[in-house]
Design a protein around this ligand. Structure first.
Ligand SMILES: *Cc1c(COP(=O)(O)O)cnc(C)c1O
Length: 388
């Protein structure tokens, strides 16, 4: 019988050494040795699957990828040094010069930089649709369109996209559907079940969950992963064994951590929504969220990120940040420590004010990554900053 996710994340273990360690050991080695010429030949010709060199594979990396692939219901996966390594590796492996991408307008800042600054160097252009207008997405498809790309929920606006509808469009037009599932984690949402071909994660966020290491992973169909793996293996964006070991151990606690993140986030979102110094609050599991019904259908809980607008725009937003006493002002998210970010002046400051608005970033908007501290303590720091 297939075990539950919680069990599988704790019990998946690739290798035990002759010392019979209980916890997976760290295989901090750059290469692996062979008994003889024949063994080496068989490994390099891929007749026999085994580790050769840690840029290609490593037991810690394999264990981490296996856990993510199991959770996502994917056939296979490949790990990267960072989430952006995974995003770029997926594009670079599967797109050719002259191909076209249709993407949701609101995507992670560095992904946007890939679309606008780097992919055009290889003659790969991107067209954008508003997250609430999938008919527009379909209208953007050209004969050379190869990929449909989106995040759900989005960063930083926590908009929710209809994965089933995206999949229908992708299938109809023979496009690859690639979903960045970073905000939800595979514990809350599995895009492959809705028809996605590939799912990408920044493991830096909730997978590590304690703000220590960077990592990324792409999972999905075996033949696509093979191409992405060859790109990673030959271009050197592989995940380090140490980071893979940290991430794999972290996944053992992902379900309990994410449960707590979500419970606290819902409680805090409800409280903030009642506060008179706040214009609006966006959280997927608040009934006021524009895609509340969809979020309820696609996700088992609302996630750890809340967006809200402080009354008074940019100045009030900045003043709010200066009054925060102990919550972290940082650009990261998905950490055990609660983090407040001001996207307009930090993560998305390179966008013009019009482009910021187009991706749902208003001047006084705050992105709150709810951590694992006691929710009443988190709320108290936010409330005193609003009221001072
Ligand atoms: C952080 C993030 C990334 C990039 O991940 P890194 O590990 O920082 O390279 C990609 N997508 C989303 C949605 C993210 O939040």
């Amino acid at each position: 019988m297939k075990k539950h996710t919680e069990t599988q994340l704790i019990r998946t273990q690739m290798e035990r050494s002759q010392y019979m360690e209980h916890s997976t050991p760290l295989h901090l080695t750059s290469s692996f040795v062979f008994e003889d010429a024949e063994e080496m030949r068989a490994a390099f010709s891929e007749e026999k699957e085994r580790n050769i060199y840690s840029r290609f594979s490593n037991p810690n990396t394999t264990e981490f990828v296996q856990k993510v692939a199991d959770m996502e219901g994917a056939e296979d996966g490949v790990a990267f040094a960072t989430g952006m390594g995974a995003v770029f590796g997926t594009f670079a492996a599967l797109l050719d010069s002259g191909d076209h991408i249709v993407s949701a307008r609101s995507v992670f800042g560095s992904t946007h930089a890939l679309f606008t600054k780097f992919l055009p160097k290889w003659n790969i252009e991107t067209s954008y649709f508003a997250v609430d207008d999938l008919a527009a997405a379909e209208a953007l498809i050209q004969p050379n369109t190869k990929m449909l790309y989106a995040e759900s929920p989005t960063n930083p606006g926590v908009d929710v996209l209809d994965l089933e509808a995206l999949s229908r469009i992708a299938k109809q037009h023979n496009l690859l559907l690639v979903i960045d599932n970073c905000f939800a984690t595979p514990y809350l949402q599995q895009p492959i079940a809705y028809g996605a071909d590939l799912v990408i994660h920044s493991a830096t966020k909730l997978m590590d969950g304690q703000g220590r290491v960077l990592g990324g992973v792409t999972v999905g169909k075996k033949e696509l992963i093979r191409e992405i793996y060859l790109f990673a293996r030959n271009t050197g964006s592989s995940l380090s064994p140490f980071n893979a070991w940290v991430l794999s151990k972290s996944l053992e606690t992902l379900p309990v951590r994410v449960d707590r993140h979500c419970q606290s986030a819902l409680h805090i979102a409800e409280a903030l929504e009642k506060h008179t110094e706040i214009t609006w609050v966006k959280y997927p599991f608040l009934p006021s969220h524009p895609q509340y019904e969809l979020a309820k259908k696609q996700m088992t809980q609302g996630g750890s990120i809340i967006a809200f607008e402080v009354k008074g725009g940019l100045e009030a937003g900045r003043a709010f940040f200066d009054k925060i006493q102990w919550l972290s002002l940082s650009s990261n998210l998905g950490d055990s420590r609660t983090i407040v970010t001001h996207p307009a002046s930090t993560t998305h400051s390179k966008l013009s004010p019009e482009d910021q608005l187009a991706v749902g970033i208003t001047p006084g908007m705050v992105r709150l990554s709810v951590g694992l501290e006691h929710p009443e303590d988190i709320l108290a720091d936010l409330i005193q900053a609003l009221e001072k």
